[in-house]
Design a protein around this ligand. Structure first.
Ligand code: ADP
Length: 506
């Protein structure tokens, strides 16, 4: 009997050891689980708290065993989890809850398993995921807000043509254009396939648009633009499609269709107006050119006839001779004016014509034309030309520019000066030719210097000209893409510096 008892005792010991071993095994398994676990009895006292739960509560698990949850954590009362625990226990139904827990400023997910003896709660800290989700949602909302606030139809596609995003206006546009369903134009449908279908059915605009999109998809261009008319039963409109590629993990293409009907209308009106203006301008130019030309021959006849009349006059008929001289002077002035008008129209009409410039030749031509000019005999002409470097430019325009500046120096020399001079310095370089024309004449008042290049502007009452000369000079220099500047001091003289680019490589 005693032996029997001993055996039973040994057996019980063995079973107890086995149980303890199994319990330690279970504890270890529970501790290894990354989720936090607690168990509560029907009186809301802890019966189990694993290591991870202890870490979150910042309490030792064994200290909590047998303690009342809301006595230990009163801050949890009335929080969403509190309510969920009561609900699960009362209804005896499993509850899964993801919620923000204010006292810890953290998000938790809770799996609440009820039993008549209490609750088992598996929970984990999901703050990082939740914050990332919220950030993502915020970004999504932002992107959607931006997409919908833009006054254009927007569709974003992947390289293969699959639509990944559209905005509200895009859907409206599809319906406006007679489609009854958004099935071929919404997210996940294929934009390329739908456009290709239209192209295959003979829609040439669709085929052209497809080409433009394909260039961007293929990476040949990062942005491409296509303008197209879009007409439905009630309205004719113009759109501009702008295709832009942007690199993400997978390259995507944004297609923005913006209405440009008004722009097109203005553009067409502008084109019409421009053509009209070009025509008027051309007619005006021709009119001025032809009239000026036609006016010159009668003037030449008047000059010739005046000369004959003067020759036939008695040498002592001084009064009549002086009258004839006055007629001649007026005719020459008128002819000079007409010449200026002709030069102006020629400059605007004629294209640039480049050739190698030989300054000596130009100077000689100018000198010859000055033979009969009043004042040319009382001024010294000085030339300093350094043109060994080849200079290519427009000879006719250069001649007009130089002649104008030289004749001005002659016209505006000081009446009482015996050493009036005009000095022309020219220096070529591979980039340009710099021409300086300076004189010791009457000079120009400081505050008028910036106006002397204006049309019909005369800076002195001594001028007998039309005020067109320097305006034409400036126009021609602009055409040659050069510059001109003036330095002058009253009664000391004037200095004009002109820079003309060398068109060697044209
Ligand atoms: P204009 O027919 O009067 O000579 P320009 O256009 O050639 O017209 O010149 C404009 C004005 O600039 C002239 O009226 C004159 O007052 C002034 N001007 C031009 N060149 C000189 C110069 N070398 N010396 C003094 N004044 C000048």
């Amino acid at each position: 009997m005693e032996k029997n008892n001993d055996l039973q005792l040994a057996d019980l010991k063995l079973q107890l050891e086995k149980l303890e071993y199994e319990k330690s095994l279970t504890d270890e398994i529970f501790d290894r689980i990354t989720e936090s676990i607690v168990a509560l009895d029907e009186n809301w006292c802890y019966t189990y708290v694993n290591k991870q739960a202890g870490e979150i509560f910042q309490r030792k698990p064994q200290e909590l065993i047998g303690k009342h949850i809301w006595t230990e954590f009163p801050e949890g009362i009335d929080q969403p989890f509190y309510k969920a625990y009561y609900k699960a226990f009362t209804t005896q139904e499993y509850i899964c809850l993801e919620e923000y827990y204010k006292p810890y400023d953290k998000w938790f997910s809770n799996h609440i398993y009820p039993s008549p003896n209490g609750l088992s709660i598996y929970f984990s800290d999901i703050t990082i995921r939740k914050k990332a989700d919220l950030e993502l949602k915020k970004n999504e909302l932002f992107n959607r807000g931006v997409l919908n606030s833009v006054d254009s139809h927007i569709v974003v596609i992947e390289n293969c043509g699959t639509i990944v995003a559209v905005n509200e206006l895009w859907n409206k546009f599809i319906i406006d254009n007679g489609e009854t369903t958004l099935i071929h134009s919404n997210v996940n449908s294929n934009y390329i396939t739908a456009t290709q279908k239209k192209a295959d059915s003979g829609n040439t605009k669709a085929a052209e648009a497809l080409e433009v999109i394909q260039e961007v998809i293929d990476g040949k261009k990062s942005i491409s633009i296509y303008e197209y008319p879009c007409n439905n039963k009630t309205i004719n409109r113009w759109f501009m499609m702008r295709v832009t590629r942007f690199e993400k993990e997978q390259p995507m293409v944004v297609i923005v269709h913006s209405e440009i009907t008004n722009l097109k209308k203005s553009e067409n009106q502008l084109k019409l107006k421009n053509n009209e203006l070009l025509k008027i301008n051309h007619e005006l130019d021709s009119f001025v050119y032809n009239t000026s030309h036609d006016l010159r021959s009668p003037l030449k006849s008047i000059l010739g006839l005046s000369e004959i009349i003067k020759d036939e006059m008695l040498p002592d008929d001084l009064e009549q001779r002086s009258r004839i001289d006055m007629i001649k002077e007026s005719v020459i002035k008128l002819d000079d004016f007409i010449e200026d008008v002709l030069l102006y129209t020629k400059n605007s009409k004629l294209e640039l014509s480049f050739e190698e410039i030989f300054y000596e030749q130009i100077i000689q031509e100018i000198k010859n034309s000055l033979n009969f000019m009043v004042g040319a005999q009382t001024i010294k002409l000085i030339f300093d030309i350094e043109d060994t470097i080849k200079f290519i430019s427009d000879k006719n325009r250069l001649t007009v520019i130089l002649k104008n500046m030289i004749t001005n120096a002659i016209k505006y020399q000081k009446a009482d000066n015996n050493d009036s001079f005009v000095k022309v310095t020219i220096k070529n370089s591979k980039d340009d030719s710099i021409i300086i024309v300076e004189d010791n004449g009457i000079g120009i008042v400081q505050d008028r210097q910036n106006q002397i290049f204006n049309m019909f502007y005369r800076a002195t009452h001594l001028s007998t000209g039309s005020g067109l000369g320097l305006y034409i000079v400036k126009e021609m220099i602009d055409k040659l893409e050069g510059t001109i500047k003036v330095d002058s001091e009253v009664s000391k003289g004037a200095k004009f510096t002109v820079t003309i680019p060398n068109n060697r490589y044209i």
